[in-house]
Design a protein around this ligand. Structure first.
Ligand code: PLP
Length: 421
């Protein structure tokens, strides 16, 4: 076997380079692999290719930008493409509330930046004791040191020396934990960061939770951050989930769908009030990344927004969300392995159990994912579940195709279990 030179994420080295997992090309909703198979993508890449692979308009916009100004920096300078993309993002999120955009290069780096921003904000408004950042247990915010600390799922933070002393985690489904924490440490809390739908397991925050969060924010004054890295850009049928919250976040973090997965891009869309604190004190925020907000990235952002409008993607996502709900509910109702559904819109998880009612262990979920792939579709594993995050452009026939792959995959898995007994 030839040596593999690229390190695959979340894969044991012994499994690097398997031909049925080595992709060679992708178009629309399909990915082709080195073993010749062509599979239906039910993961939208890594939840970022919302409009499908190889989108011509975005490709053309990036190519044009590369020719006009292949690179311009935001480090000690500004540039027009960044200004245009930032204005478009503020316009989308609401210019009545948001003031400015800080570009970054990944969800993780953006979460690092937001934690720095929150702490810096409190320094300049005279509450330097506000250092704590609160996240939700089971959440995922990334794997750089800052974002890894905030990630509320145990992914081995301890082993990597991730410092969580300034971090607190509370339940996503019981606001009383946050209330108790704030009662104890409220004056030290700089920010509360929440995903509208927790990526791991696709657990959506209940409306009551968000309403209570809004009240607690009023009472305790922390900054509220919506991590919409995964939910932003149409996943739940609107540009942002938080636009329907009873409170507007102080910072809205977006990434994945922002460029339809074409560029390493993320953005902090920051409220005018937070910007004003920096403006009034003329404070320099010490953050900057060489590739953040480059002209090709900004062109990709603008082209993605235009394509979403012209192709009526939000409406398509709402329709697809309805189709998925019906089809998955049907599967859940008549398949003994399905213990439940979670998520909303086009961000769903199918929770699985064994014949004895126990939830599936990680190795068993991995086997289901393999069986679904053998049946023709790419899905991701989650905690005792498989996650379904399809491109927003699926046709109804592709929903049926996915359901058939799921059914055949589950049947394959059940067969294995019976064989082993
Ligand atoms: N935040 C959320 C909600 C995410 O889903 C992710 C990635 O899945 C991240 C942050 C980290 O993003 P990235 O992988 O671009 O660093």
């Amino acid at each position: 076997m030839t040596a593999r030179r690229s390190w695959e994420f979340f894969v044991s080295p012994s499994a690097f380079g398997s031909r049925n997992r080595t992709a060679v090309s992708a178009r629309g909703t399909r990915v082709r692999f080195a073993d010749g198979s062509q599979l239906l993508c039910a993961t939208s890449g890594l939840w970022n290719v919302n409009l499908g692979y190889g989108h011509h308009r975005i490709a053309d916009a990036v190519a044009r930008a590369l020719r006009e100004a292949s690179y311009l920096t935001l480090f000690r300078y500004g540039h027009e493409p960044a200004e245009r993309a930032a204005a478009a993002l503020v316009g989308l999120a609401g210019a009545d509330h948001y003031g400015r955009v800080l570009f970054s290069t990944s969800g993780s780096a953006a979460i690092d930046a937001v934690m720095k921003l929150a702490r810096h904000y409190w320094l300049i408004v005279g509450e330097p004791q506000r250092r704590l950042v609160v996240g939700l247990r089971g959440s995922y915010h990334g794997l750089t040191y800052g974002s890894f600390a905030l990630t509320g799922e145990d992914l081995g933070q301890l082993g990597y020396g991730v410092d969580q002393r300034q971090i607190r985690h509370v339940a996503h489904d019981d606001i009383s934990e946050l209330r108790t924490l704030l009662g104890r440490e409220g004056p030290r809390v700089a920010a509360v960061v929440v995903e509208p739908v927790l990526g791991s397991g696709a657990h959506a925050l209940a409306r009551e939770f968000v309403d209570e969060l809004a009240k607690l924010r009023l009472e305790h004054g922390f900054l509220l951050v919506a991590d919409e890295v995964a939910t932003g850009f149409g996943r739940l049928g609107d540009f942002f989930v938080s636009q329907h919250w009873s409170v507007r976040p102080d910072v809205l973090v977006v990434s994945k769908g922002l460029t339809n997965g074409t560029c390493a891009a993320s953005a902090l869309i920051i409220s005018a009030a937070v910007c004003a604190a920096f403006d009034e004190t003329d404070s320099v925020f010490v953050h900057g990344e060489t590739q953040a907000g480059s002209p090709p990235t900004c062109a990709a952002i603008l082209a993605t927004i235009d394509a979403m409008r012209d192709e009526d993607i939000l409406q398509r996502a709402r329709v697809l969300g309805g189709w998925l709900e019906t089809a998955l509910r049907e599967l859940a109702d008549d398949h003994p392995m399905v213990s439940g559904l979670s998520g909303l819109g086009c961000f769903r998880a199918l929770h699985l159990r064994n014949g004895d009612g126990s939830t599936l262990a990680a190795a068993e979920v991995a086997r289901v994912v393999d069986a679904v792939r053998d049946a023709g579709a790419i899905v991701h594993p989650g905690p005792s579940c498989i996650q379904l995050v399809p491109p927003l452009i699926y046709s109804s026939a592709e929903v049926e195709e996915l359901m058939s792959c799921l059914r055949r995959g589950l049947a394959g898995f059940t067969g294995c279990r019976q064989d082993r007994r």
